[in-house]
Design a protein around this ligand. Structure first.
Ligand code: NBP
Length: 482
């Protein structure tokens, strides 16, 4: 009997919790999993007493669905998704909907959307963020794909998602891979936020010599103001957490950061699109450098730097400098993230609603913060805003932080403490606000050794070549971007 509102394939942590969330909101879900025993297990345990139904085969699952059928997958990204799509297509009808909620690459979603459209199936690639807790009680959802699918999944998606000031942290993002692209940039920004907090901790610990209770208290304090966010909140808890020996656990954790690829994909996409998303790039590289742990241990015995001298100024004042450096760098990071979204939208013909995206990230996900409310306000005020840095609110915020930001970066350099994210953000800010950069010299060099041509300030758009040495030819190379 067709009784279920939606089917969900994939009974691992995300799938199970999303099913229970949907059930709480009155939707009947049909659960399925590749290893079929997990269906019975789930029905007998976590889903006991709910309206969730199970299926032992894809045929049975499809037969239990109301039309148009909605099938959501939360399985390992990559081949598993394609396999399920191939198995589902013969069982579905035109107008039915397949949703991939995993961490898929947006290019895969673009391909799937196109291929399924030819078969009359509506494909949705949706970012899902918030981990286990989010899936269970309200994730941030970023769906994109076949536009016609939205009206059929909207009540479920906006019902189960997180809410910020009563507004759903889920809206239609755009066509084909737009949902997964926005999720990818979200994850890149998450890398940046984490690196910035890491650098603040490094400065507090090694420049100011603060103990764990002091660092935790400072983060707690920060969480009451502009930096109010999930990541600052959990960092305050992590810093004061003691293990069963009564010792601070964080200091016992090997300093080699892992990564699953979404930060790297963001950086690769930024390079592909020629967008200077430097803070996310540095954050990915900082994780790479950290993971060369044994090499660093050897190098630390050989390479000399500056031994950290104890800070003899006003400690409280410097903590405030660090807070402001973090805030200003964070503004730059989000400005860069939105620059990338804008460029992708241009290339792929997506009509992205930037204020809507800020709202989707406002609650439920890892980067949730008060600050995203300010970003939403900036785009609501001016949907055509070219760059967040040019919005009055953010322009003033950076003005107020600038002096502190420069002090912190200088202190880090002089003390030999690496702060790649703080400093790249400042370098970007100084570059972005420069009317003139030394790229004129680079153009001259390119033309000198490779006849790559250059434009004159007085005549942009016209490329000319100079015979710099007097013995080169007059033939120039073609002008194109690789
Ligand atoms: P996993 O990423 O661990 O995936 C487990 C599911 O994938 C199980 O249903 C498993 O079936 C199925 N699966 C695997 Br593994 N290989 C398969 C294959 N070759 N063919 C068919 N099915 C296969 O689960 P998760 O952590 O719940 O994440 C689900 C998706 O959501 C992933 O794409 C993940 O990246 C994304 N995501 C995760 C989080 C998080 O915090 N964990 C957050 C946001 C998004 P089996 O039971 O038969 O092995």
């Amino acid at each position: 009997m067709a009784e279920a509102d939606i089917a969900l394939i994939g009974l691992a942590v995300m799938g199970q919790n999303l099913i229970l969330n949907m059930n709480d909101h009155g939707f009947v879900v049909c659960a399925y999993n590749r290893t079929v025993e997990k269906v019975d297990n789930f029905l007998a345990n976590e889903a006991k007493g709910t309206k969730v139904v199970g299926a032992k085969s894809l045929q049975e699952m499809v037969s239990k669905l109301k039309k148009p059928r909605r099938v959501m997958m939360l399985v390992k990204a990559g081949e598993a998704v394609d396999k399920f799509i191939d198995a589902l297509v013969p069982l579905l009808e035109k107008g039915d909907i397949i949703i991939d909620g995993g961490n898929s690459e947006y290019t895969d979603s673009q391909r799937r959307c196109k291929d399924l459209a030819k078969k009359g199936i509506l494909f949705v690639g949706s970012g899902v963020s918030g981990g286990e807790e989010g899936a269970r009680y309200g994730p941030s959802l970023m769906p994109g794909g076949a536009n016609e699918a939205w009206e059929h999944i909207k009540p479920i998606f906006q019902g189960i998602c997180a809410k910020a000031n009563g507004e759903p942290c889920c809206d239609w993002v755009g066509e084909d891979g737009a949902g997964h692209y926005v999720k990818m940039v979200h994850n890149g920004i998450e890398y940046g936020d984490m690196q910035l907090i890491g650098e603040a901790y490094h400065m507090m610990k090694d420049v100011l010599g603060m103990n764990h209770e002091e660092m935790s208290a400072a983060m707690d304090e920060w969480n009451k103001g502009e930096l109010d966010s999930f990541l600052i909140e959990i960092t305050a808890n992590i810093l004061k957490y003691k293990d069963d020996k009564g010792e601070y656990l964080v200091e016992k954790i090997r300093d080699a950061a892992g990564q699953k690829g979404t930060g790297k994909w963001t950086a690769i996409s930024a390079l592909d699109k020629g967008m200077p998303v430097t803070l996310i790039g540095e954050s990915v590289f900082a994780r790479c450098l950290s993971s060369l742990k044994s090499e660093r241990v050897e190098a630390s015995k050989v390479l000399k730097g500056k031994t950290c001298s104890k800070y003899d100024g006003d400690k409280k004042e410097f903590i405030e400098h660090i807070r402001k450096a973090l805030y200003a760098s964070k503004i730059v990071s989000y400005a860069q993230g939105f620059m990338l979204l804008r460029e992708a939208a241009k290339q792929y013909n997506w009509k992205l609603n930037y204020g809507g995206i800020a709202l989707m990230w406002r609650g439920g996900c890892i980067i949730r913060s008060r600050f995203l409310g300010n970003i939403k306000d900036a785009f609501d005020k001016n949907p055509g805003l070219i760059n967040l840095l040019l919005d009055d609110f953010f322009k003033d915020a950076i003005d107020q932080c600038q002096e502190s930001w420069r002090k912190v970066v200088s202190a880090a350099v002089m003390q030999g403490i690496p702060c790649p994210a703080f400093s790249t953000a400042l370098a970007f800010y100084d570059g972005y606000r420069s009317e003139k950069l030394p790229a004129n010299l680079i153009q001259a060099q390119r033309d000198y050794f490779g006849a790559h041509t250059y434009e004159l300030l007085s005549n942009p758009g016209k490329f000319v070549h100079t015979n710099w040495t007097g013995h080169g030819g007059n033939v120039s190379a073609s002008t194109y971007s690789a």
